[in-house]
Write a protein that binds this ligand. Sequence first.
Ligand code: HAM
Length: 416
Amino acid sequence: MRYQAARGTHDVLPADAHRWQSLEREFAATAELYGYREIRTPAFEDTELFVRSSGEGSEVVSKQMYTFLDKGDRSLTLKPEGTAPVLRALIEAGQLAQHSTTRVWYATPIYRYERPSKGRYREAHQVGFELLGSHSPDADAEVVELTVRFFERLGLQGLRVLINSIGGPETRAAYSSKLLAHVGSWLEAQPEEVRAKALANPMRLLDTKDPELRQVLEGAPMVLDSLESASVERFEQVRRRLSEAGVEFEVKPDIVRGLDYYTETVFEVVATSGLGSQDSLCGGGRYAGLAKELGGADVPGVGVAIGVERVLLVMEALGISPPEPRLGAFLVAATPAARQPLFELARTLREKGVSCTLDLDGRSMKAQLRQADRERARFAVIVGDDELASGQASVRDLDSSQQKSVPFEEVACALR
Ligand code: HAM
């Protein structure tokens, strides 16, 4: 029996790992620069946590969760997103108090039962951050700015930052009724499932890719026109701050987001190349009632999660590849007598910080040099009878093929 990775999951093989490492490093560095600290939460949580936070009507909860009963008959769910677990953890640790601000970042796998396609997986990875405890629109702008700075740091170009405001819960309720009235005759002709979904979260209709519905939605009222004055002012302040920070953005009235917890500012960053229809690199926004809903103090938050696989696809399309790490040296034993001294040399090199490896199985010199190539070694350090007699190793630069003799005790220095 040959096994394959489960549908919608994938391996990161050694030749690709450095791309992931580099992205995660840049993300952590950017977040820490803005005062965010890392938080890690478990892979699974009580199912109820996600039902309460994402909303029963959300696609994630109604269709996509990996839910199972453990041997103690508890209903658990592999996390489909990172925000609710972060809040749960901070509330549980008593670290989410009113009148103080908490900034955290995370890198996590997420699990959603989706139909896999390019940029859409059942196990995907996100890096994200949450800013908790601030009501200020400046917090919304900080999160958008930080996201954009991260993308800039990776060298991504041609991205569009799309922002919108969906107002508070009252605005949403009033606007949802207006929207349902606008699509009334179309909705009546739809199957029960579509109607139920639309009624559960009418604003999600705006997200549609269905050409017929898109046409129906032309001329539909816009949530931006239904905002109360406080929301209008808040949104203006977010935009002002972003402009001051030199962040280019577009106001896109049909960005509404798929999870139920958002209020006021929502945003996405989309790529113009490399992703096709799954073009959304990240999504985020403000949430008001989530901490309270999860049993904590009534603390607002704003945050974002960025799809790691999608960012890597865009980097590849743009030809951006972080440098592949190289092995410092491969130590080649030209004769059996050289094996023992090479083990000692390897130890010395590693102590001095030069990465190296060597053959463990007495393979031929040709096979060892092939292995050195496969491991992308910078140098081959070759030792045979002549070298043992002279006390000098042959150090070959594997890029230029130039070779010179170096006394054993100076090899580390020469390689560095
Ligand atoms: P989300 O929009 O569901 O938001 O996901 C954010 C990003 O994760 C997406 O824009 C996409 O890049 C990536 N993503 C999501 N699902 C998949 C998938 N199946 N395959 C590949 N990539 C995927 C959230 O998860 C919120 N927790 C974001 C947030 C944080 N809001 C506030 N704070």
